[in-house]
Write a protein of this length. Structure first.
Length: 455
């Protein structure tokens, strides 16, 4: 029975015998019907609890839940667990569902109804309408997201995704796919070498060197002219940046020298005026002594006092000028220090950006190498057993607030929300464009040996 907070009900439910006194006398058939409904409700709750206890599945973002509340018109309904891990229910609003099982969530909803005094004895049932999907990517025929099914393993997930396939996109012929991969690998190798040259230039710039040593591993796809152009471009940047930095430093150092000289001159002037003021003070004191003896007049003493006052004013002005000169010197030192620091921070930031980009490029190169090796070795499509020893499977899994990577095999159980990454380990070398093996740079083009640039 539904009881709302704004309705007038006793604070506690009436005992069963009181309810019986207040209810009209039903016919025996009606009484049997009510008894049957009550028994079914109890059996319903016990059955649901037992089934839910057997299922330890916990909810997370993307799960679709079916919530039933007996006797409520707004229910049953299906709700989706949002990115905050909550579901939105009529009358209750948001209820946290992440990490809870069907039993735990049912109990949480029941408590919410009771705490808000909306329903005194709610009968709540939570079922899973649709599991959140799992995701699979890499060297599979059809990467993407798939509905989760309890009890599936990695082998099942691979079967759902169409199995292993090097040419996963469309129906590309292996030969054409190999050509595309070789082209992609060449472009990535060029970008990798360019970033390595940039890192060498940045390291030289941080040491204020006028030249840098080019990396010793230019890709075999490179022509000598292309390598020379990349190195020359970075050397030109090094020359320009060093020249601009040194000009700025020279200007700031010259400003600091001028400020120091000004401060020294003002300090010397103050010292001279302090000496003059001391001499004038002695003369004033002597004049006052002679006036007391009657040897000079008051006008002579007043003249000495005016001269002393003038010297003291000049001394105060000199002290102010000295403070200004010292402040200018401190400002010049601060500007010079800021310039050094900003230059260092800029180099650090550029170095970090280049390292991140290099890491991304190298990761892409490894992926292309794995895919190229797979096509060379295994052709169009193979089974898991055919690829034994060459397959790498990792699962990214989030358990409530903690996420971690799992090294998996074909028998690892898949959970809802898992991200499965399938790749083939390149354990047979990186194929050269023509021969199938990679050759050393010196064997390909002796003219492209590394050397010191900019000398």
């Amino acid at each position: 029975m539904r009881m709302r907070a704004d309705q007038q009900f006793p604070s506690k439910p009436l005992p069963m015998k009181d309810w019986r006194r207040r209810l009209p006398k039903f016919e025996p058939a009606v009484g049997r019907m009510l008894a049957m409904i009550g028994s079914l409700a109890v059996a319903f709750i016990l059955l649901t609890a037992g089934a839910s206890r057997a299922d330890g599945y916990t909810f997370d973002t993307g799960d679709v839940l079916r919530v039933s509340v007996i006797g409520e018109e707004s229910y049953p309904l299906e709700v989706v667990v949002d990115d905050r891990g909550s579901i939105s229910l009529p009358m209750l609003g948001d209820v946290q569902a992440r990490g809870l099982t069907t039993v735990a969530l049912s109990q949480a909803i029941q408590r919410a109804f009771q705490q808000q005094k909306l329903i005194l004895e709610p009968f709540v049932k939570v079922e899973i309408g649709q599991y959140r999907p799992f995701f699979i990517s890499g060297t599979v025929a059809h990467p993407g997201s798939y509905p989760f099914q309890p009890g599936i393993t990695v082998r099942h997930a691979l079967a759902i995704a169409g199995g292993f396939r090097a040419t996963a996109v469309g129906n590309t012929e292996p030969a054409l796919e190999i050509a595309d991969l070789r082209s992609a690998r060449a472009n990535l190798a060029i970008e990798e070498y360019r970033l390595k040259v940039r890192l060498a230039r940045l390291q030289a710039e941080s040491r204020q060197d006028k030249s840098f040593v080019a990396p010793p591993d230019p890709p075999v796809e490179f022509a000598g002219q292309l390598i020379t152009g990349i190195i020359a471009s970075e050397q030109a940047q090094l020359d320009a940046r060093l020249a601009a930095y040194r000009d700025d430093i020279s200007y700031l150092e010259a400003s600091l020298d001028r400020a120091k000289k000004e401060a020294a001159m003002v300090a010397a002037t103050r010292e001279e005026r302090e000496k003059t003021a001391d001499i004038q003070l002695q003369e004033l004191q002597s004049a006052r002594s002679l006036r007391e003896k009657g040897l000079i007049t008051n006008s002579n003493v007043m003249t000495a006092e005016r001269a002393h006052t003038s010297y003291r004013a000049e001394l105060a002005q000199t002290e102010f000028q000295q403070e200004q000169a010292q402040q200018a010197m401190l400002n010049a030192e601060s500007e010079l220090r800021k310039k050094h620091q900003s230059h260092e921070m800029d180099l650090i930031a550029q170095t970090q950006d280049a390292q991140v980009e290099l890491g991304k490029i190298q990761s892409q190169i490894r992926y292309v190498a794995d895919k190229l090796l797979f096509i060379f070795t295994y052709g169009e499509q193979r089974t898991f057993d055919d690829l034994q020893g060459s397959v790498k499977i990792s699962i990214f899994r989030r358990d409530q607030k903690v996420a971690h990577d799992i090294v998996a095999d074909q028998n690892t159980e898949v959970r809802a929300g898992d991200v499965i990454e399938v790749s083939v380990v390149a354990n047979k070398g990186f194929y050269a464009p023509d021969s199938g093996t990679i050759a050393s740079p010196s064997a390909q083009n002796p003219a492209t040996q590394p050397g010191i640039v900019g000398q």
